[in-house]
Ligand binder design. Structure first.
Ligand code: F6P
Length: 544
């Protein structure tokens, strides 16, 4: 097996380093002012999305070099390997077939598709039955509330999709419990009626501590509120690869929907993990969600590199992180219903690409995934945008903007849109010392005072950002948006030479958690380390 090439080995990379030095002396504003075609040439469209990256600090020559880099890295082979079912998850020797979850029958992978198709049929039956109030609890009343118990990929995807698609909800309310902190499930169950509440235990492994603990609490809650053990079957569904463990918990196989090892948790919202979303919005709308993602898949699989939206976004990430020194990536959805999007993308990007060795196990001499964070606009403007405008860190930003609102309050939505476009422009233009001084004198300051204060008002500008727009946030455009980020994540991993589908870094914390829990339980007194031992002693004192 030939050694995995390093990003820095590709010939284009050295040329990009030279370009970075020259471009950093210029400005995005100048690039836009000097090229009347830029706002056309630096926009790409796919699957109902429009991505404007004209406010990125790069020029035609740089974009061409980035595309050369993709070609030198043979990204097309990687794309074919993903859709072809190759073992792209190299350390676990598995394919990654999340695209199959939203595929049509003629999209290939017939054997696995048969399983997907059968599960979709089961999802449709369950979702429609519950969505239309035909699933009854132990007293014969229709289910009114569904509680998804899961964490990570078994929570973030359905939680986001259900919240984002609130305008499409039916009458059944969906809730999400993830944290092992008992306050999470306690707050969720407060006010729910056990007679009409259905739980979905969502866990690929059915071994996740938080999910099992919350599942036991949910079961006890039902028993404490009148259900018999025999009644529990009517109030539990499971989504898992581990049918044995689900049976041990007391969920019959007839109430289990399968997941598969060839779908990673953070790529699984399209599977039965999305059951709660399908219940909330109904199967037809969930199908639109799948189709939107499939539309993006077809684009990703077939578009020429220079038109390929996920690839372009990945190349912009490499340009920002590996050439311009950015270590952050901020996502700013200007739509309150997308408030969970940064949390979802944190797992997708940082659990996928927060890696430091390449496929050969060689420690990398360059950065991989940036820290992704963000929150809905305009909230962030009154929280962290100060850092985005005047901080010392480069934080390339993705603005996500549905152009029309689901509400009838056009006046306020216009304000939202104005703020989004203004923030994108402000990151580009900033404020010069001269402008700052003029602002202060215009406010009545004398020249000396103005010149003293002006440096504090200067904003460098030149802060790269994209604006991703869609006509409306619908199941289809949401599906396309999430698939776009999945494929961007995959492309970045291929260019960095890392495996985006494993997560070996989460095991040690879990193992040490078991040891600390044993100490807290009093089952084991063996010392761990002076700090942890002192903290355990402090906990014991507080809980005497
Ligand atoms: O964070 C580790 C992880 O394995 C994630 O990859 C996964 O989405 C989450 O825990 C939950 O795992 P499970 O679905 O097996 O409960």
């Amino acid at each position: 097996m030939p050694a995995q090439p390093l990003l820095t080995d590709f010939p284009a990379f050295a040329h990009l380093q030279t370009k970075a030095q020259s471009l950093q002396k210029g400005s995005i504003s100048a690039l836009i002012d000097d090229d009347t075609q830029r706002t056309l040439n630096y926009v790409r469209t796919a699957a109902g999305l429009r991505v404007d990256f004209s406010k990125y600090l790069l020029d035609d020559a740089t974009l061409a070099l980035l595309l050369q880099l993709a070609k030198q890295a043979d990204i097309q082979r990687s794309i074919a390997a993903l859709f072809g079912g190759d073992c792209v998850n190299t350390t676990e020797n598995r394919p990654a077939l999340h695209t199959l979850l939203r595929a049509d029958a003629d999209d290939g992978m017939a054997e696995q598709f048969t399983q997907v198709s059968a599960t979709r049929a089961s999802m449709q039956t369950l979702a429609d039955t519950i969505h239309h109030g035909k699933h009854q609890g132990f007293t014969g009343k229709a289910i009114t509330d569904v509680v998804n118990i899961g964490i990570g990929g078994s929570d973030l995807g359905p939680r986001l999709a259900t919240q984002a698609l609130a305008p499409y909800h039916g009458s059944v309310r969906c809730h999400y419990v993830a944290n092992v902190d008992p306050a999470d499930i306690s707050m969720t169950l407060a006010g729910l009626d056990a007679q009409t509440t259905l739980f979905i235990i969502c866990s690929k492994s059915f071994r996740t501590e938080e999910t099992l603990a919350n599942g036991l609490t949910a079961r006890q809650w039902l028993l404490d509120h009148g259900a018999s053990h025999g009644d529990l079957q009517q109030h539990f569904l499971a989504v898992t690869t581990n049918l044995e463990a689900a049976a041990e918990f007391g969920i019959a196989s007839a109430n289990c929907l399968p997941m598969w090892d060839w779908v990673g948790g953070r790529y699984s919202v399209w599977s039965a993990v999305g059951l709660s979303t399908a219940i909330a919005i109904g199967w037809d709308r969930f199908s639109e969600f799948l189709q939107g993602a499939r539309h993006m898949d077809l684009h990703f699989r077939t578009a020429a590199h220079e038109q390929n939206v996920p690839l372009i976004l990945s190349l912009l990430e490499l340009w920002s992180c590996n050439l311009l020194g950015a270590t952050n990536h901020v996502v700013l959805p200007y739509d309150q219903s997308l408030n969970e999007l940064p949390d979802y993308l944190q797992q997708l990007t940082m659990e996928s690409n927060g890696k430091s060795v390449n496929l050969d196990g060689i420690t990398l001499p360059y950065h991989t995934a940036p820290v992704l964070w963000g929150s809905a606009g305009t909230i962030g403007q009154h929280s962290f945008h100060q850092l985005l405008h005047q901080g010392t860190l480069q934080c390339p930003a993705d603005f996500i903007l549905p152009l029309t609102s689901h509400t009838d309050n056009a006046e306020q939505h216009r304000r939202l849109v104005a703020n989004c476009l203004a923030q994108s422009r402000t990151l580009m233009v900033g404020r010069t010392l001269e402008q700052a001084t003029a602002t202060l004198t215009a406010r009545g300051a004398d020249m000396q005072s103005a010149q003293t204060l002006a440096p504090h008002l200067v904003m460098s500008g030149n802060r790269s950002n994209t604006v991703v727009t869609m006509e409306k946030l619908t199941p289809s455009t949401l599906g396309a948006l999430l698939a776009m980020y999945e494929h961007k994540t995959y492309c970045s991993a291929q260019l960095w030479g890392i495996n985006p589908f494993d997560q070996w870094g989460v095991e040690v914390g879990k193992d040490i958690g078991v040891a600390v829990y044993a100490r807290l339980q009093g089952d084991d007194e063996s010392p761990i380390d002076p700090s942890t031992d002192a903290l355990i002693a402090q906990w014991r004192e507080a809980n005497r």
